[in-house]
Ligand binder design. Structure first.
Ligand code: AHM
Ligand code: MG
Length: 335
């Protein structure tokens, strides 16, 4: 049995000049994940479910556990000194860790501390998503907006924690995707899925079909395509939608499949946030042999212009994502 800690140290030896900063940073994330896992697991007890009474910058009601997870991850990352600032779905602005130790930190972290949190009150899986960059501003100074607005292809590491029937931490540093299952009896994440690969073809499609009438023509065509019987391509595909991005993504990564959050006329950029939802998952899926697109271009190539910007998101098995891109080209919407 190999623990996450051992695995990270082992991998660090592959980079002879690594100073162990990234390993220390990942260990901060691991600690915060364990603490959040403990609270999420007893979500039905006590006064921890429900709304916190505040809305975040995107006008969404914050859950008590959103706030809790945000605080836990922030505190764990600030305590170590490798990180000079964070951006979070639950924070209007990026947060500078302005103490002597953190100012010398080489990294910034962007995160969605508790994604899918509207599911928490009904005992459905939720997740944490994180994305790590090297800062571009000089070490020794406070973090700046430029540190956070980097294209996804600059990520040095990314990952997620899925608090599901078991809790897993899955991450990449650009050298494959590795998954660790939490053993609560010993309080340790253990290597369970080394070098995860996603199938090129999948048979699951995940989309909120309730919005069907608002989707672009190309996406409607794709839904029809998924439902059409055809033995050669094993259609119809199965529809699976949890409404909890990390869980939908995790299932599709393992089994093969596609997740779509398309634009609509009212929300031309869809719902999901580029920097801390789409970029990290795009990095992971590419590392596993899959693809992530906004319908026309690679997610990781988008140059961000604001912290909470949204993007349409199509992610999963390469051939499925390419089919969507093709149908969006073939069936353009009237301007
Ligand atoms: P959140 O960050 O406020 O939790 O929103 C993101 C969630 C994703 O987890 C999920 O895939 C999506 O929103 C579901 O949206 P919808 O209910 O519109 O289908
Ligand atoms: Mg989210």
């Amino acid at each position: 049995m190999k623990t996450l800690g051992e695995f990270v140290v082992e991998k660090q030896r592959d980079f002879p000049h690594a100073k162990g900063e990234l390993s220390a940073l990942l260990s901060a994330i691991r600690l915060a994940a364990k603490i959040c896992n403990r609270e999420i697991n007893k979500a039905g007890l006590g006064d921890i479910v429900g709304d916190a009474g505040e809305t975040n910058v995107q006008g969404e009601a914050q859950k008590k556990l959103d706030v809790y997870a945000n605080e836990r991850f922030k505190a764990a990352l600030e305590a170590r000194g490798e990180v000079c600032g964070i951006a979070s779905e639950e924070e209007d602005h990026f947060v500078i860790f302005d103490n002597e130790l953190s100012r010398d930190g080489s990294y910034v972290v962007l995160m969605d501390p508790l994604d899918g949190s509207s599911n928490i009150d009904v005992n459905v899986s939720v997740g944490t998503i994180f994305s790590i960059y090297r800062r571009v501003s000089p070490v020794g100074t406070p973090a700046t907006m430029e540190d956070f607005l980097q294209p996804g292809c600059n990520q040095v590491a990314a990952g997620y924690v899925v608090y599901g029937s078991s809790t897993m931490l899955v991450y990449t540093t650009g050298n494959g995707v590795h998954g660790f299952t939490y053993d609560p009896s010993i309080g340790v994440f253990c290597l369970s899925h080394e070098n995860m690969r996603t199938p090129k073809d999948g048979y699951i499609y995940s989309i909120n079909e309730g919005n069907y009438h608002k989707f672009p023509q190309g996406v409607k065509q794709y839904i029809k395509y998924c439902q059409e019987p055809d033995e050669a391509t094993k259609r119809p595909y199965s529809a699976r939608y949890i409404g909890s991005l990390v869980s939908d993504f995790h299932r599709n990564l393992i089994k093969g499949g596609i997740y779509l959050y398309p634009p609509t006329a009212k929300t031309p950029n869809g719902k999901l946030r580029l920097l801390y939802e789409c970029n990290p998952l795009a990095f992971m899926v590419e590392q596993a042999g899959g693809k992530a697109s906004d319908g026309t271009q690679r997610i990781l190539d988008i140059k961000p212009t604001s912290l909470h910007q949204r993007t349409p998101f199509v992610v999963g098995s390469t051939n499925m994502v390419e089919k969507v891109e093709q149908l969006l080209r073939d069936f353009p919407d009237a301007k």
